[in-house]
Design a protein around this ligand. Sequence first.
Ligand code: MYR
Length: 186
Amino acid sequence: MSRASGPRSGDAIFASVERVNAELFTLTYGAIVRQLLTDLEEVEEVNKQLDQMGYNIGIRLIDEFLAKSNVSRCVDFKETAEMIAKVGFKMFLGVTASVTNWDADGTCCSIVLEDNPLVDFVELPDTCQGLYYCNILSGVIRGALEMVSMKTEVTWTRDMLRGDDAFELQVKLLKQVPEEYPYKED
Ligand code: MYR
């Protein structure tokens, strides 16, 4: 029996299930964006809605991230950004990203995605100019960071669907709220 027609190994089946799941996820996200475009009509409103949906996901997803990753607290914003790029993106999107463009005081950086599964099969028509198709991701990061006491502004600075050469998110730390402990120090 030839290898192609023989029974597939567990690894091969697992890989193909993973691929189908990833494709289903990508197509489902596309269907959500399409529905929002139909319902809201204004691209600006769709951008806002995607960001808000991401925020709502992010404030919940942080628990899963902390539980699954078992990471200890980050010492500063630089470590947090690396954690998002290397661990967060891998865990939830199956890709990694790199952190660049730090400003002098270490409160603003860029996260550049090496791959973006959300945009597989996507091509935007001219009527969608101004759409930040992946705005859900900026919302997720903003929501997740808020749950670990960091108020941030997260914006897309490069977007391949708009003709740029990469997907790049700018993450700006606006305020770090000190953690409150449930006991008093003497
Ligand atoms: C800490 O200092 O408590 C650790 C903080 C780590 C925050 C990491 C947030 C992960 C967000 C995942 C984003 C995934 C986007 C697809």
